[in-house]
Design a binder for this molecule. Structure first.
Ligand code: AMP
Ligand code: MG
Length: 372
């Protein structure tokens, strides 16, 4: 009886258990498939940098592809090094020769011009001749490599090239006719949207995200989110690759970071503050102060306290935020904070975190920031 009972129980219980197991397995597979369909993470390389797209909600894979394709399409318009792009045509045009531009170019130009005006020229998209002189155009930087020891240009070379920089003097911008023209005497002037284009691309790409979808788009450190808020890590400028702290990015906001650690060379020179010969290696980085024609910070005569090495700007307008992060890095701690706290900038709901060369930080615009 016991044996029979046992056998009977076993023979009934076994398929039931299997059925239960199979059911659980089905549910797990279904959930995984559903999650896979809803949550998508994809990494691309575009505009010379990494593009990370994280989407939640239905239609994720279509969305990531559309975002990628949109951003990739901007490269042929905005890159100064691709023949046929608007920037290439402008930079290679003769004086007084109007260059008809695509809508995206004029739209980026609007944000660039606004940042130029707000920052008193600290952000200046006509800085490209200086960017090239210091070897930070993609071609030269690609050849030399991050951290390479290179000689700085001479004061005479800087003065000669600086003459070509100045958006208002060098270019005529006509938004109605969609033309950008080099002024007489500025044949060598050139535009560079490197400080604004990524923020613009992210801002515009967020428009592709549907109402029932959530997304985080990270284009080389220019991050935009929509659909929900996300916690974002701010990188430590020294040592790089560590976390400095975290902030919350609300739906519809973008954050752009400018830093002296993103692209730099190593310079062995006399101490610019004391004039003494020193083995101290100054960081010769890619953000140029148009007023001095040199990388901003110590090489432009700022003290360590004033020298900013990382600035993150949070704004709904990612293009403006991107350009302002570059501007504030150039201006330094005091003037940069003044700009962020000015009525004109506050109107755009801008928040920011500024980190100086001593790794002291301050926030602006009521940013909530938690230090690691
Ligand atoms: P970001 O990382 O957004 O600060 O952009 C830096 C890039 O902007 C550089 O690599 C240059 O291509 C360009 N750039 C450098 N200095 C300036 C400046 N003062 N104003 C505008 N763009 C600049
Ligand atoms: Mg920028």
């Amino acid at each position: 009886m016991k044996t029979t009972d046992f056998a009977r129980v076993k023979s009934v219980a076994l398929p039931k258990k299997i059925l239960k197991l199979a059911l659980i397995l089905c549910v797990v597979i279904l959930c995984a498939a559903l999650l896979y369909a809803c949550n998508r993470y994809k990494l691309y390389f575009v505009l010379g940098t990494d593009l990370e797209i994280n989407t939640e909600g239905t239609g994720g894979s279509d969305l990531t592809e559309r975002i990628y394709e949109y951003i990739a399409s901007l490269e042929n318009v905005l890159s100064p090094s691709i023949p046929g792009s608007d920037l290439y045509r402008i930079n290679n045009a003769a004086e007084n020769e109007p260059v008809v531009c695509r809508d995206a170019t004029m739209s980026v130009m609007r944000s660039a011009e606004l940042a130029f005006l707000l920052s008193g020229g600290a952000y200046d998209p006509s800085v490209y001749p200086l960017v090239k002189l210091w070897g930070f155009d993609s071609e030269a930087f690609g050849k030399n490599g991050q951290g390479a020891e290179v000689s700085p240009p001479s004061d005479e070379e800087i003065a000669a090239v600086k003459r070509l920089v100045g958006l208002k003097d060098a270019f005529e911008i006509n938004y109605e006719n969609k033309t950008i023209t080099k002024n007489i005497g500025y044949g060598g002037a050139m535009l560079d949207f490197g400080g604004v284009a990524k923020g613009y691309a992210v801002r515009e790409a967020l428009r592709l995200v549907g109402a029932n979808q959530r997304a985080l788009i990270n284009l080389g450190g220019n991050i935009g989110v929509t659909g929900r808020s996300y916690t974002i890590g701010i990188g430590n400028p020294r040592p790089a690759d560590e976390l400095f702290g975290k902030l919350t990015l609300n739906a519809g906001e973008c954050v752009s970071t400018s830093g002296d650690y993103e692209r730099y060379y190593t310079l062995v020179c006399d101490d610019p503050e004391t004039g003494e010969k020193t083995s101290y290696k100054y960081r010769m980085h890619h953000i140029i102060d148009p007023r001095t024609g040199k990388p901003s910070g110590s090489l432009s005569g700022q003290s360590g306290e004033e020298t900013l090495i990382s600035v993150s700007v949070i704004a709904a307008d990612g293009a403006l935020g991107d350009a302002l992060s570059t501007a504030v890095l150039v201006l330094g701690k005091t003037k940069g904070s003044e700009l962020l706290n000015s009525d004109e900038v506050r109107e755009f709901g801008v928040k920011a975190i500024l980190i100086n060369a001593s790794l002291d930080y301050q926030t602006a615009g009521g940013l909530g920031f938690s230090k690691s």
